[in-house]
Design a protein around this ligand. Structure first.
Ligand code: NDP
Ligand code: OXD
Length: 308
């Protein structure tokens, strides 16, 4: 017997059905408009039409690792369990994005290409080795740990920052607001993979950005609300920071004319650091539905009070 699941936002029911079929999961996927009463929903973004029409929901799955898009939906019932994606093929993508951004900045490969384009003699140009550069990762969950694991063989001095204390071999770990300044001090590259929560909003403001090393890189692939945009742009403009690589923004897609789109020190990408992979996501959701149906606990439950 199949279990009915309603999807809202993101990909279509047809696309998801193919994912569930590929892993032989007994899940029947419906669009909101023609769904019967379902026990499970798979959702991206605010879906005001969904919840009133689905009073029998037992759990809502996020189509992503982040859940703020669900939590800011006023129609979301207060007691409904929310389950986030745990990796499902995104961590390796995120790690690749971070390694690309960090190496590109610290090794200066593109400076030589730019010199060549200007017609300069670049035969003697040397890329700095970047060994020993201080690289910090904010957020030590699934994305942050995969990122650190990918950075580890590259010879950087690694730091990490999280809400609760973590121990990661080869990484100087810091936890909590009291340790934030120490974590930031003198970093040559800062990689941010934090969720949006009330506590992470506007965390990177002018005084905190000023703690980074001169010419440092800020790479944000968590959520755009982390950064005070005007402060970042000002720090880039006066050369205090060297570059920013930004995948997430307060408003997405970035509105035409936004300074990030044209700033010479900013590389903006359209929320593509790690895309939801339908086959792996369907498998993970199907496994969790099976556990819930059997009355077993699942991982990835969102703690609403902390916002992730
Ligand atoms: P996890 O829940 O596994 O990890 C979140 C991490 O953030 C944890 O280490 C947590 O600390 C830390 N954290 C949360 N709040 C605070 C705080 N106030 N102070 C310090 N640390 C804090 O999430 P994921 O790693 O799976 O994903 C992280 C985020 O990445 C997602 O929420 C999403 O916003 C973003 N993302 C972006 C994608 C993209 O394509 N750009 C793709 C996928 C995710 P603790 O360890 O103590 O719990
Ligand atoms: C996510 C995202 O949260 O894609 O998974 O940003």
């Amino acid at each position: 017997m199949s279990i009915d699941l309603v999807v809202a936002g993101g990909y279509t029911a047809v696309a998801w059905q193919a994912g569930f079929d590929a892993c032989d999961a007994p899940v029947k996927v419906h669009e909101v408009a023609d769904a019967p009463a379902c026990r499970y929903a798979l959702v991206w973004g605010a879906q005001p039409a969904l919840y009133a029409g689905q009073p029998a929901l037992r759990a809502v799955f996020s189509m992503g690792a982040g859940v703020e898009h669900l939590l800011r939906d006023a129609a979301l019932p207060a007691e409904l369990p929310l389950i986030r994606l745990e990796d499902a093929g995104m961590a390796v993508q995120m790690a690749g994005y971070a390694v690309w951004g960090v190496l590109r900045h610290l090794r200066r490969f593109e400076d030589s290409a730019a010199a060549a384009r200007r017609g300069e003699d670049w035969g003697g140009w040397r890329s700095p080795p970047a060994t020993g550069a201080r690289v910090g990762v904010m957020g030590l969950g699934v994305m942050g740990q995969a990122t650190l694991a990918a950075l580890a063989p590259l010879g950087f001095a690694l730091r990490g920052w999280s809400r609760s204390p973590r121990e990661i071999a080869g990484v100087e770990c810091h936890a909590g607001m009291a340790a934030l300044d120490r974590f930031l001090d003198g970093l040559d590259a800062l990689v941010c993979v934090l969720p949006h929560t009330p506590d992470t909003e506007n965390l990177l403001d002018a005084p905190r950005l000023a703690r980074l090393a001169k010419d440092a890189l800020v790479l944000n692939a968590g959520r755009g609300s982390l950064i005070v945009d005007a402060d970042l742009i000002a720090a880039l403009d006066r050369g205090q920071l060297g570059a920013a690589v930004l995948d997430v923004f307060r408003e997405e897609p970035l509105p035409v004319g936004h300074p990030y789109l044209t700033h010479p020190r900013v590389t903006a990408t359209p929320h593509i650091a790690a895309r939801t992979q339908i086959p792996l996501t369907a498998r993970q959701v199907a496994e969790k539905i099976a556990r819930l149906e059997a009355g077993l606990p699942v991982t990835g439950l969102v703690e609403r009070s902390r916002g992730y």
